[in-house]
Ligand binder design. Structure first.
Ligand code: NOJ
Length: 766
């Protein structure tokens, strides 16, 4: 029989001894936790320490009888023997309680598990996919959306989310662009902070907050050719200026965990990358939380050709600073021997375990391991009215109006016949988007249902064609419908009779996400044909796009008068879309990622370098070809970063820089006047970009360095002022050091990355 030590008792006794000596009263909360962790570590055997570094996926029906054989039995035994520190994909109070009970009541030390789950855009009530949320540029709303997700997840027994994904990506072929905040490190950093703040709240031990996890450290979004899990080879400048800033922002805002990435970075897998994990994250940035591997990414270092064996992989990962092994079984099976052989120092694992235990203490799990297991709260919070109100608000804010040339929008509320066309229009499942492991299938409000709530018009629905024929998360790819056009005639007939046609077309929700890279970004299947067929009979088309990534919609952009980017907006999709189409909500979203004209332009992003041969400066020389361009398509994107319209119009003018010359550390103030020149009240996201004209490392032609949302009544104007500090005016040099250099800067303010209102200033050193 095991001797069961009560951690609480040992630590309380030690605390009493300290208190008697007058040593504890002035300790901060952090110091007390450090002290408790140290005391606990002293009680632990090497095996138990390694157990804390081991994470298993949920492995059997936990409330049923214990597993009899196979892997599940092995995992179960490990759990009972204190060899599991964390589990993922166990959800619901009943199930979490069952595994927690084993950890707490059956193991020698009774250390509680930390329970992780992919709460990516909501738990059961789903918010828009993260890329869509980023289009709101509304940090308060994004934070609120993360706290709503945290509250639901925490009510289901979960205390740790594997979010936010803060990977910057310039490649919409990569399926996981849907999961991030787009292409820009400044916007990405602000959103990372907002999401971490939303998940973790002000008090991590509160029952409605959970630990966040910034992932995937690092550079996963730069997978070559946008192909999932591919090689990443990025230079120093891109690594420090584009890839790392959102991770640093997450670390600075106190994110409790980070996940490393599946990819290799310049030849070294991220999971075994000492430079990333030890030198930058835990060294330079002073990150105090713990690092979890990605699923099996420790053992995949063998497949990469970096580690010789599982054992070698465990050694490399532990030394590099990966603290918790997700599903490689490498630590639990190899670390003990590695320590005995002296290949891994015990102090290396002590450091990892200290980090893991600290987060468990901060979550309050030692005070009450069942803190997140309240079935009354579970019933009350999940799918509550408050959750749905929050995700509806977020959904409306995420919609981007791309085109409204003939003012078809907002739709008239009465006396119209509206033909609603497209398989996605009646779909309750696809709008939930990828990553919704805890939500029930087909629970989104469809666009059809949302539009039906407006009763003044005659609404006729014809699907025309489905996008896909199957839909299964994880196991299979979506099968796109490339043949079935049987619904075309009815759709065309309905369009003929309609005043306005609303067509909901795009990608199925499972066409983006993990493992879902694509090389073709046009409308999948027969949808382009359907669009053109309908256009032949009725030109009054409002195209509502559903997608998890930028699509190449050149034809639509040239021909269709009205285009609304509606992404996958989660549980309340149809209500959000209907409110925007009918003008009860005036759209204000702005693209967080560039829309290319064709796939060949990728990577195309706004903050590119100038090159030595930028625009056709020899434009007056006919047929001059020696400049940076393609022979068959323009250099410009279809829709640029930061772009988005409103039902009203805005004008920017009177840009002012408070001085012409500034000392290096002085703040630079830039203002302009924004006027609502249209007929409706509206919100505009005013954006400020800089260009550092000459530097020791070349700088992009534009860099976003500030944005502000301003709501104005028709005819009203407001002066908006931005302050640029040294945090915005510098960059990372090729040694990875942040520098602010003297020289001339251009500054632009406007409604997109193509803003034309411009001024200049100079930074000087005395
Ligand atoms: C693999 C994904 O890359 C990661 O983002 C996710 O959190 C884990 N699987 C766990 O599901």
């Amino acid at each position: 029989m095991k001797t069961k030590v009560s951690i609480a008792l040992v630590i309380t006794l030690t605390l009493i001894t300290q208190a008697v000596k007058g040593q504890t009263s002035s300790y901060s909360k952090d110091q007390k936790i450090n002290f408790k962790v140290d005391s606990l570590l002293k009680l632990m055997t090497v095996k138990e320490k390694i157990g804390q570094m081991n994470q298993y996926n949920g492995f059997w029906n936990v409330t049923g009888p214990s597993p009899k054989n196979g892997n599940a039995k092995k995992k179960y035994n490990h759990l009972k023997n204190g060899l599991v520190g964390s589990m993922l994909n166990v959800k619901g109070v009943k199930n979490v309680k069952a595994v927690q009970k084993i950890a707490v009541e059956e193991t020698r030390l009774g250390i509680p598990l930390i329970i992780g789950f992919d709460v990516i855009h909501g738990y059961q009530t789903l918010a828009p996919i993260p890329l869509a949320e980023a289009a709101s540029w509304d940090l308060d709303a994004i934070k609120n959306s993360a706290s709503t997700a945290a509250a639901e997840a925490a009510a289901a027994g979960i205390n740790w989310t594997f979010a936010p994904m803060v990977d910057i990506s310039r490649d919409p072929r990569w399926g996981r662009v849907m999961e991030g905040a787009g292409e820009d490190p400044f916007l990405g950093s602000k959103i990372a902070e907002a999401r971490v703040g939303g998940f973790q709240g002000d008090d991590l031990s509160a029952p409605n907050t959970i630990a966040a996890c910034a992932k995937h450290f690092a550079a996963y979004g730069f997978s070559e050719a946008g192909k999932e899990y591919n090689t990443v080879d990025v230079g120093t400048s891109t690594l420090h200026n584009i890839v790392l800033p959102p991770f640093k922002a997450a670390s600075d805002s106190g994110v409790k965990t980070m996940m490393n990435a599946f990819n290799e970075l310049n030849g070294v897998p991220a999971t075994g990358n000492t430079y990333l994990l030890r030198d930058i994250l835990k060294g330079k940035w002073g990150f105090k939380g713990f690092v979890v591997s990605d699923w099996a990414s420790i053992k995949e270092m063998v497949t990469w050709g970096y580690a010789k064996s599982n054992k070698d992989a465990a050694r490399l990962a532990a030394i590099a600073g990966s603290d918790l092994d997700m599903e490689s079984y490498a630590y639990v099976s190899e670390l003990e021997l590695l320590i005995k052989e002296g290949a891994v120092k015990e102090r290396t694992i002590d450091e990892a375990v200290r980090r893991i235990l600290t987060v468990k203490y901060e979550l309050g799990l030692f005070d009450d391991p069942y803190r997140y297991c309240d079935s009354k709260r579970e019933k009350k919070v999940i799918n509550s009215k408050a959750s749905h109100a929050a995700v509806l608000d977020m959904a409306k804010k995420s919609i981007v109006l791309l085109k409204n040339e003939t003012q078809l929008l907002p739709l008239k509320k009465e006396g119209q016949t509206i033909a609603l066309i497209g398989g996605l229009a009646a779909d309750n499942n696809s709008p939930l988007g990828s990553w919704r492991l805890a939500s029930k299938d087909s629970t989104a409000v469809s666009v059809l249902e949302g539009m039906k709530r407006y009763k003044g018009n005659t609404l006729v629905f014809e699907k025309g064609a489905d996008v896909n024929t199957t839909e299964t998360e994880f196991t299979r790819e979506v099968k796109v419908n490339t043949t079935d056009k049987s619904g075309f005639p009815a759709a065309i007939a309905a369009a003929k009779k309609a005043d306005v046609v609303v067509m909901v077309l795009g990608e199925h929700g499972f066409q983006s996400g993990e493992g879902r890279s694509r090389t073709e970004l046009s409308l999948p299947g027969v949808q382009q044909e359907l669009l053109e067929a309908v256009f032949k009979v009725n030109k009054n088309i409002v195209l509502v796009l559903n997608n998890g990534r930028p699509l190449t919609i050149n034809w639509a952009s040239e021909n269709i008068p009205t285009i609304v980017e509606a992404w996958q907006l989660g549980s309340q999709t149809g209500n959000a879309v209907a409110e925007v189409l009918y003008g009860d909500y005036n759209p204000s979203g702005k693209l967080p990622i560039t829309f290319p004209r064709n796939v060949g332009q990728i990577p195309i992003y706004y903050n590119h370098k100038n090159t030595g041969r930028p625009v056709n400066e020899q434009a007056n020389v006919p047929d001059f070809v020696f400049w940076s361009h393609y022979g068959d398509v323009e250099n410009t994107p279809l829709y640029p970063f930061g772009y988005g319209l409103s039902y009203t119009t805005f004008n920017y003018n009177a840009i002012k820089v408070s001085k012409k010359t500034y000392q290096l550390k002085e703040d630079v103030k830039v203002s302009c006047v924004l006027k609502n020149t249209g007929k409706l009240k509206g919100k505009e996201v005013a954006q400020l970009y800089i260009r550092d004209l000459t530097a020791s490392v070349t700088r992009p032609v534009r860099e976003l360095k500030g944005f502000k949302s301003v709501t104005l009544d028709p005819g009203a104007s407001q002066t908006i002022t931005f302050t640029l500090t040294e945090n915005e005016l510098g960059f990372y040099n090729n040694e990875g050091n942040y520098v602010v250099e003297p020289g001339m800067f251009e500054v632009f303010i406007g409604g997109s990355s193509q803003a034309t209102l411009k001024s200049t200033f100079e930074l000087v050193s005395k």
